[in-house]
Design a protein around this ligand. Structure first.
Ligand code: THU
Length: 139
């Protein structure tokens, strides 16, 4: 699966967004180390708080099926009829990524003309990870 194919998968996932409140669609395609790809879209709710981002839907689908090793994620987001600008993941999704991914996990942000590539370390420096904090204490 090339980076471009993963970006196209994120664009496909975006078409499934359930977004009657924001009308903002987000799609994510998560590539696991074993080659599996999980798609996610944002799923909103009348009560707002239960809304889940596309990225977390993709991660939780993977984890719930026993896939815990990840290579990269492509994310596409925008409103209908508007040009596609990068849609950087929210803080909560970055924290979820940091639970399951190493610093070099790649995050591809889709645009009209291609994609921008970042590492998790770039988007969430100095992150909090209790498992690492605890294991450092025993070094
Ligand atoms: N959203 C995502 O799916 N991912 C993000 O990282 C940021 C925001 C969704 C949530 C909501 O349905 C809509 O975008 C507008 O905030």
């Amino acid at each position: 699966m090339t980076d471009l194919q993963l970006c196209k998968t994120a664009l496909h996932a975006m078409t499934h967004a359930y977004n009657p409140y924001s009308n903002f669609s987000v799609g994510a395609a998560l590539l696991c180390k074993n080659g599996s790809v999980y798609e996610g879209c944002n799923i909103e709710n009348a009560s707002y708080t239960p809304t889940v981002c596309a990225e977390r839907v993709a991660f939780f689908k993977a984890v719930s099926e026993g896939n815990l090793e990840f290579k990269k994620i492509a994310i596409a987001g925008g409103s209908k009829g508007e040009s596609l600008k990068i849609c950087p993941p929210c803080g909560v999704c970055r924290q979820v990524m940091s639970e399951f991914c190493k610093k070099d996990f790649e995050i591809l942000l889709v645009t009209d003309t291609g994609f921008e590539k970042y590492t998790l370390e770039q988007l969430l420096p100095l992150s909090f990870n209790l498992l690492e904090v605890k294991s450092d204490a025993h070094d």
